[in-house]
Design a protein around this ligand. Structure first.
Ligand code: GAR
Length: 211
């Protein structure tokens, strides 16, 4: 059984998607052992509580500087002893010491088709505003491994979503979540739990299911 730590910052709908797929048996080789939020009072913490999952708030505001926060975050992660760390809308730059401690064991969901609309400043609703501004007809979501760059790690899964004319950024955000994020994030967790995600030389191969 793969022990998963989920890091969140807000509403936690991606956390919920993972919990729902565990509850209905779609994910059968993984369990969520802990949730970490950098923000107190967010609904994601309520979702963890409802599912009976221990949650911890590690907020940069509670520490004198970024380095002390980074160390606290690493300690919080180590306490959970996870096999996999899922950044499910975790809007904090992952410190290099965390990446080095968990190489190939951190994944992130991004609400666009990387390498479009990603990198510095591209998070949450802004991603969709930028996609609409550019007038692209297709967007989507990407699950990727986290490396020391921003949204630059090896891609595991992507799913495209058509952009209807005249849609608002808020409605597009919902559409991308529903049609792409809540599908591919739980799927990636299950594939990793089944040992079917091979990471080699910065590229991912999805292995066939063993007969
Ligand atoms: C999601 O759309 C996720 O893809 C995005 O934040 C949202 C969190 O929603 N993440 C990023 O933009 C990371 N660059 P949630 O809290 O309801 O899962």
């Amino acid at each position: 059984m793969l022990n998963v730590l989920v890091c969140v910052s807000g509403g936690g709908t991606n956390l919920q998607a993972i919990l729902d797929r565990i509850a209905d048996g779609t994910i059968s080789h993984a369990r969520v052992v802990r949730v970490i939020s950098n923000n107190p009072g967010v609904y994601a913490l309520e979702r963890a509580k409802k599912a009976g999952i221990p949650a911890k708030v590690i907020s940069p505001k509670s520490y004198p500087d970024r380095e002390v926060f980074n160390e606290a975050l690493l300690r919080g992660i180590r306490e959970a002893d996870p096999d996999l760390i899922v950044l499910a809308g975790f809007l904090v730059a992952i410190p290099p010491q965390v990446i080095r401690a968990y190489p190939g064991k951190i994944i992130n969901i991004h609400p666009a088709l990387i390498p479009s609309f990603c990198g510095k400043g591209f998070y949450g609703i802004r991603v969709h505003e930028k996609a609409l501004e550019r007038g692209v007809r297709v967007t989507g979501a990407t699950v990727h491994f986290v490396d020391e760059g921003m949204d630059s790690g090896p891609i595991i899964l992507q799913k495209a979503v058509d952009i209807p004319q005249g849609i608002s950024a808020a409605d597009l955000q919902q559409k991308v979540m529903k049609e792409a994020e809540w599908v591919i994030l739980p799927r990636a967790v299950e594939l990793i739990a089944e040992g079917r995600v091979k990471l080699e030389d910065g590229h991912v191969t999805i292995l066939e299911r063993q007969a």
